[in-house]
Design a binder for this molecule. Structure first.
Ligand code: PLP
Length: 484
């Protein structure tokens, strides 16, 4: 396969062609005639030319295929295509088994025992647990801050801080981060900003355009788009100076890779790939959460229609949010594309003026948990699943599912209100989506009302912000309390 990284500036063109040009000079089967679709290379190892070739590949003197846990030609097309969509260095993408492993590897590739990172507290539940429990057990402290205040990141940092981390649009609070401000303060102290852009996808937001240095994303969601595959990716913009003295893992000889100093010893052409090459040869090679070539292929099928789907997701989501906003049984709605939403201004800047594909809301009732249950159990078109980003519409109650490992204080700090219903709006006919929501809402009991519908939006948001403010000072979670 040959690459066609040149002359490709259009996003949609990259979605279809990035990283792969059929090679008509090659022989396939009975002769020439190159595959138009990206071939799936279902092989574990790759055959070396000779022992010199093998040695060169292992010492990074030459780039090439060794073993599918590390690299694979099908996965390489995905990595190249996705890195181009993000506007990163075309060779700096590293696909892995899931978004979860992408987040994990992105951190342990720059921080180790004794180090810390500063992260927004508004995170996907799995990432929160990884940061709040698993990384600290490994000796990496995570300091949670309120990303609504971009200055809080620098205030929490010290000389052991190796990165700032946030979600471009958080799951499920739909908080949009001020990437420009957060990356500027990261750079002031010589560290990178890592952004999980799962909820925005490169179609709505390219964090590198706003100063971010590393993007991680779950490919499981809108990027693949059909709820049929798991994958994740890390992309380095390729411009951060890893040998600048703030990352000992890049200044010191790395025993796990032949004593190489990643920030200093790579040949000039490979220097911009220091972070990616370390992620490939240290965490991925030795911890092994690789993506399969079949999954890489399936993700690429989704990417081909990313723009079309995201447009429809956003269009439907806005209609749903507007409908719910005016619904008598809805207490509050959060959707960054609604002009009444506190994140609306940032959506204009960071989401191309759109609102994304998620809508969250609270049912107007005295008993939000049972009303939420009744609502979700009544849905017919929506699927009740622990996923987002499917072409089909999905619903869940985060407080009792995706974010249930957090105690209630931590949930509220992360923007997970007890009554919150999370909707991932699909690309079905919008009237059908709305009709399903209406019939489910009609089944929810009406007798007790806890807030007047017309002002609730503002009142709920104020309440939410007040609680967040109070929680800021507290230690966020003791997950053991949950199981006590
Ligand atoms: N990041 C965000 C923002 C998510 O919402 C999720 C999953 O929902 C993940 C990462 C983890 O992705 P995966 O399910 O591919 O491991």
């Amino acid at each position: 396969m040959s690459e066609n990284n040149e002359n490709q500036s259009g996003f949609d063109t990259i979605c279809l062609h990035g990283g792969y040009t059929p090679d008509t000079e090659q022989t396939y089967g009975i002769g020439q005639g190159a595959p138009r679709g990206v071939p799936i290379y279902r092989t574990t190892p790759f055959v070396f030319r000779d022992t010199d070739h093998a040695a060169k590949l292992f010492s990074l003197q030459e780039l090439g295929n060794i073993y599918t846990r590390l690299m694979n030609p099908t996965t390489h097309v995905l990595e190249s295509r996705y890195a181009q969509l993000e506007g990163g260095h075309p060779l700096s993408g590293l696909a892995v088994a899931s978004g979860t492993s992408a987040v994990f590897y992105s951190i342990i590739n720059l921080a180790r025992k004794g180090d810390n990172i500063v992260s927004s507290g508004a995170l996907y539940g799995g990432t929160y647990t990884q940061f709040n429990n698993i990384l600290p057990d490994m000796g990496i402290e995570v300091r949670f801050v309120d990303a609504e205040d971009p200055l809080s990141f620098a205030a929490a940092a010290d000389d052991k801080t190796r990165a700032f981390f946030c979600e471009s649009c958080s799951n499920p609070a739909l908080q949009i981060c001020d990437l420009e401000a957060i990356s500027a303060s990261a750079h002031e102290i010589g560290i990178p900003l890592i952004v999980d852009s799962t909820f925005s996808t490169p179609y709505l937001c390219r964090p590198f355009d706003f100063g971010a240095d590393i993007v991680v994303s779950s490919l499981t969601k809108w990027v693949s788009g059909h709820g049929t595959v798991l994958g994740g990716i890390i992309v380095d913009k390729g411009t951060f100076n890893w040998g600048g003295g703030n990352h000992p893992m890049y200044d010191e000889a790395d025993d796990s890779y032949g004593g190489l100093r990643w920030g200093h010893d790579l040949p000039e052409a490979l220097a911009p790939l220091a972070y990616k090459l370390r992620a490939l040869t240290v965490p991925l090679r030795n911890l092994g959460a690789c993506i399969s070539p079949d999954n890489s292929w399936a993700v690429m099928q989704g990417i081909e229609t990313l723009s079309l789907r995201m447009e429809r997701h956003c269009e439907n989501s806005l209609k749903v949010a507007e409908h719910l906003y005016n619904h008598s049984k809805v207490a509050w709605v959060r959707y960054p594309g609604l002009s009444t939403d506190p994140q609306y201004g940032k959506a204009q800047k960071y989401l191309k003026g759109k609102g994304g594909a998620m809508v969250v809301f609270g049912i107007r009732t005295a008993d939000p948990t049972s009303a939420g249950k009744q609502f979700i159990d009544s849905l017919k078109l929506f699927s009740h699943v622990a996923n987002v980003g499917d072409a089909r519409s999905l619903a869940i109650h985060p407080a009792t599912t995706t974010h249930s490992q957090m105690n209630s204080d931590a949930q509220i700090a992360a923007g997970v209100m007890p009554e919150m219903v999370r909707l991932s709006i699909g690309i079905e006919t919008c009237d059908d989506i709305i009709a399903d929501l209406d019939q489910a809402l009609a089944r929810v009991g009406t007798e007790e009302v806890y807030a007047p519908p017309k002002q609730v939006q503002k009142e709920e948001i104020k309440k939410f912000e007040q609680v967040q403010e109070e929680e800021k000072e507290k230690k966020l979670v003791d997950p053991n309390e949950l199981w006590a």
